[in-house]
Write a protein that binds this ligand. Structure first.
Ligand SMILES: CC(C)(COP(=O)(O)OP(=O)(O)OC[C@H]1O[C@@H](n2cnc3c(N)ncnc32)[C@H](O)[C@@H]1OP(=O)(O)O)[C@@H](O)C(=O)NCCC(=O)NCCS
Length: 152
């Protein structure tokens, strides 16, 4: 089930984030995102298995962060979570933007499957855990030509 994130999810969300990110968001950042963004979780058997944070801005949106617990990756949950979280955006965005580390092949493949494509490259944008920096790939998904939106 995919639903809006609640304060009671913060411990589980933060735990997943700490498992998957070298520069994790803090619990406070997640707490703020419950109020200021469209923050969702995917849960099964009352266990939070992943989360997604989307930031609506006028008639667009930014995908700020998403993750699936490492033990649950590769089962289609990330794709389902992203797709259903986008559908929850009330501003009906024309375009959705994101940036992703060039080395994050799993995320890039997920985004491509979700119909995002690269529009730019920010050179040496992210610090690498082992030192040095890596490029950020900027991707966009155009939603405006989605015919089904006419009937929303
Ligand atoms: C990126 C992430 C959210 C994907 O979630 P997931 O549940 O594992 O992805 P799914 O099982 O839904 O896979 C969807 C598609 O993504 C691609 N994909 C997923 N994992 C992949 C991998 N390890 N290698 C290559 N492609 C992969 C595939 O195209 C897949 O579609 P397919 O199964 O039809 O081939 C997950 O790997 C994750 O949490 N990573 C750590 C955090 C992160 O990098 N977040 C994104 C940047 S903020």
């Amino acid at each position: 089930m995919i639903r809006l994130m609640q304060a009671s999810d913060l411990a589980a969300v933060s735990q997943i984030e700490n498992l998957v990110q070298t520069h994790p968001w803090t619990k406070n950042q997640f707490e703020e995102s419950i109020n200021s963004h469209v923050s969702t979780v995917i849960e099964q058997d009352h266990q939070v298995l992943g989360f997604c944070i989307l930031q609506p801005v006028v008639d667009e949106a930014n995908l700020l962060l998403m993750a699936i617990h490492p033990s649950q990756q590769g089962k289609g949950l990330g794709y389902q979570l992203l797709d259903e979280s986008i559908a929850l955006l009330k501003n009906n965005p024309v375009q959705i933007f994101l940036e992703v580390r060039e080395s994050n092949k799993a995320a890039i493949a997920l985004y491509e499957k979700s119909e995002f494509h690269q529009i730019d490259l920010r050179k040496n944008y992210y610090p690498k855990p082992e030192g040095g920096r890596e490029h950020a790939i900027i991707m966009v998904k155009t939603c405006g030509d989605d015919f089904s939106k006419l009937f929303k």
